[in-house]
Design a protein around this ligand. Structure first.
Ligand SMILES: Nc1ncnc2c1ncn2[C@@H]1O[C@H](COP(=O)(O)OP(=O)(O)OP(=O)(O)O)[C@@H](O)[C@H]1O
Ligand SMILES: [Mg+2]
Length: 453
C-alpha cells in the first residue's frame, strides 16, 4: 500500500480524490489544500506519490515542484489541470513532474497512473544502482579537491599494467579505488578477483592464490585454479596485503617477477597476466623496518602508490556522500527515500569520522534511516556520539607533526581553491600570498594538482 498526497485548494475535490484512491487503488491518501501545507506534509510523512493541482492561489503547483526539487525530494508527481492547457503541463514536466492527467479523467485511469508513477520511480533507483554495480560509471562519490586528485591519480595508474599499492585508513574506500582501477584499466568485462589475506586461514592462502593439483595435500581432492589464474586478463585484488604470511610473500614475489604461477603440487608453471592491485591500512614501511614484510616485495608493489585520504581531509564531500549513501540505503532497505535536514547535516559535517571514515558515515546513515519514520531525518536522529564530539580533534592514530601540518595546509589551500572555483590568481590573493606563482609552488609541495578543466 502506497501513500498518496492529493494537493488541491478545493477541499471537496481533494477529498473526493483521496476517497476514490483508497477505494479503487487501495492506497492510503492524505490531502493538502495549499502548496505550503503540501510541503509540510512531504517533510513529515513518507509520501510515495503526489497528485498536484497546478492552479492554486498563493504557492501554485509550479512553485511546489521547484521547492521539491530544491529540497531533493525525489517523489513522483502527477500534475493535473482542469484547463486542458497542455503547454502548462509540459512546463510542469520540465520542472520534474512525472506525468499529467486531466481533471475529467476517470478515477480508474488516475489510479493506474499512480501505480505506474510509483513503479517507475522504484525502477529508476534500481537501474541507477545496477548501472553502478555493473561498472557503468565511477562509484566513487565526491568532488572535493582531494577526491578529484584521487580520481586523476587512479586514471594515471589504471593505464599502466604494473602492480599498484593502495594505502589508506580503514573505511576510506580502498576497495572502491581498486575496483575503479580495474574498471578503467583491464575493463569491467574482465574478471576482478579479490583475496583478503586477513580473512583466510594461513594454510589456505597459498592454495587460494596459486591453486593446487589434486592430491597436493590431504583434502585436495580436485585440481583448483588459484586466484592468479582466475583473474587472468583482469585484476587480482590482494586486500590486507600486510597480513600475508612470510611464505606466501616469497611466492607472491616470484610470481610477480616471473609472470607465472606453479600450483601447489604441480610440476609445471602456468603463465599469468593478471594485474595485481594490493591494499593495506597498515604502515607497510614500518612493517618492512620491523621485518614483518619483505622489503623486496614492498618495492615491487609500491612503484605505483595510491593514497586514499581519510574523510576528515575532504569533509566538504560529506553532503554528497551522505546523499548517495541515503539513496542506496533506502533502496536496499526497501523504504522510501529520506533526506537530511540542515541541522542533521551540520552535525555530520562537524564530526571528524576518525574511527572508520566513509564506512562509519555509511553505518550512521543506516542507523538513522532505521530510526526515522518520516521522510526527513533531523538532528535528533543523529547518534549522540556523533553529535557530542563535533569539534575537530587530533587524528586518532596521530600522525607526525609534519604530516598533520601538511594536512592542515592542504585543507586551507583546497578550501581557498574551491571558493574561487580554482582560480589560482584569486585564491592566492585571498590567502594573502605575494602572487599566483607562490601558490603554485605550495600546491606542488602539497601534491595538489591544478584542475585539468
Ligand atoms: N568515495 C566514496 N564514495 C562512495 N562510497 C564510498 C566512498 N569511499 C568509501 N565508500 C563506501 O564506504 C565503505 C567502505 O569502503 P571500502 O570497503 O572500499 O573501504 P576500505 O578502505 O577497503 O576499508 P578497510 O580498510 O576497512 O577494508 C563501502 O561501503 C564503500 O562503498
Ligand atoms: Mg577494504
Amino acid at each position: 500500500m502506497a501513500l498518496v498526497l492529493v494537493v488541491d485548494d478545493v477541499r471537496t475535490l481533494a477529498d473526493q480524490y483521496a476517497y476514490d484512491l483508497r477505494r479503487i487503488g487501495g492506497h492510503d491518501a492524505r490531502v493538502a489544500t495549499s502548496g505550503q501545507a503540501a510541503l509540510e506534509t512531504l517533510a513529515r510523512e513518507p509520501v510515495d506519490c503526489v497528485i498536484l493541482d497546478l492552479e492554486m492561489p498563493g504557492m501554485d503547483g509550479f512553485e511546489v515542484l521547484r521547492r521539491m526539487k530544491k529540497d531533493g525530494l525525489e517523489i513522483p508527481v502527477i500534475v493535473y489541470t482542469g484547463t486542458g492547457d497542455f503547454d502548462r503541463c509540459a512546463q510542469a514536466i520540465k520542472l520534474g513532474a512525472t506525468s499529467f492527467i486531466d481533471k475529467a479523467e476517470s478515477m480508474e485511469r488516475v489510479a493506474r497512473e499512480v501505480e505506474s508513477a510509483i513503479e517507475r520511480a522504484r525502477l529508476e533507483i534500481e537501474v541507477t544502482t545496477l548501472r553502478r554495480d555493473l561498472g557503468g560509471e565511477s562509484a566513487l562519490v565526491g568532488s572535493s579537491a582531494a577526491m578529484r586528485e584521487l580520481a586523476a591519480r587512479i586514471a594515471r595508474v589504471a593505464a599502466i599494467p604494473s602492480p599498484v599499492l593502495i594505502v589508506g585508513e580503514s573505511g576510506t574506500g580502498k576497495e572502491l579505488v581498486a575496483r575503479e582501477i580495474h574498471r578503467l584499466g583491464a575493463g569491467a568485462r574482465t574478471p576482478f578477483v579479490a583475496i583478503n589475506s586477513a580473512a583466510l586461514p594461513e594454510n589456505l592462502i597459498e592454495s587460494e592464490l596459486f591453486g593446487h593439483e589434486a592430491g597436493a595435500f590431504t583434502g585436495a581432492s580436485r585440481t583448483h585454479r588459484g586466484a592468479f589464474e582466475r583473474a587472468s586478463g583482469g585484476t587480482l585484488f590482494l586486500d590486507e596485503i600486510g597480513e600475508l604470511p612470510a611464505a606466501a610473500q616469497a611466492k607472491l614475489l616470484r610470481v610477480l617477477e616471473e609472470g607465472e604461477v606453479t600450483r601447489l603440487g604441480a610440476e609445471r608453471s602456468t603463465k599469468v597476466n593478471a594485474r595485481v592491485v594490493a591494499a593495506t591500512h597498515r604502515d607497510l614501511e614500518a612493517d618492512v623496518e620491523g621485518s614483518r614484510f619483505r622489503r623486496d616485495l614492498y618495492f615491487r608493489l609500491n612503484v605505483h602508490m595510491v593514497r586514499v585520504p581519510p574523510l576528515r581531509e575532504h569533509r566538504s564531500d560529506v553532503p554528497e556522500l551522505a546523499n548517495a549513501l541515503l539513496s542506496t540505503t533506502c533502496a536496499r532497505f526497501g523504504v522510501r527515500r529520506k533526506r537530511l535536514d540542515r541541522d542533521a547535516l551540520d552535525a555530520l559535517l562537524a564530526y571528524d569520522w576518525h574511527r572508520n571514515n566513509v564506512r562509519e558515515l555509511r553505518n550512521v546513515i543506516e542507523r538513522m534511516v532505521l530510526a526515522t519514520d518520516g521522510a526527513t531525518i533531523g538532528a535528533g536522529e543523529v547518534p549522540v556520539e556523533i553529535r557530542s564530539s563535533g569539534a575537530p580533534r587530533p587524528t586518532a592514530n596521530g600522525g607526525t607533526f609534519r604530516e598533520r601540518r601538511a594536512e592542515a595546509e592542504r585543507e586551507i589551500v583546497a578550501r581557498a581553491l574551491e571558493e574561487t572555483e580554482w582560480n589560482i590568481q584569486r585564491a592566492a590573493k585571498n590567502l594573502g600570498l605575494a602572487d599566483h606563482a607562490s601558490l603554485l609552488k605550495i600546491m606542488r609541495r602539497l601534491g595538489l594538482k591544478r584542475r585539468a578543466d
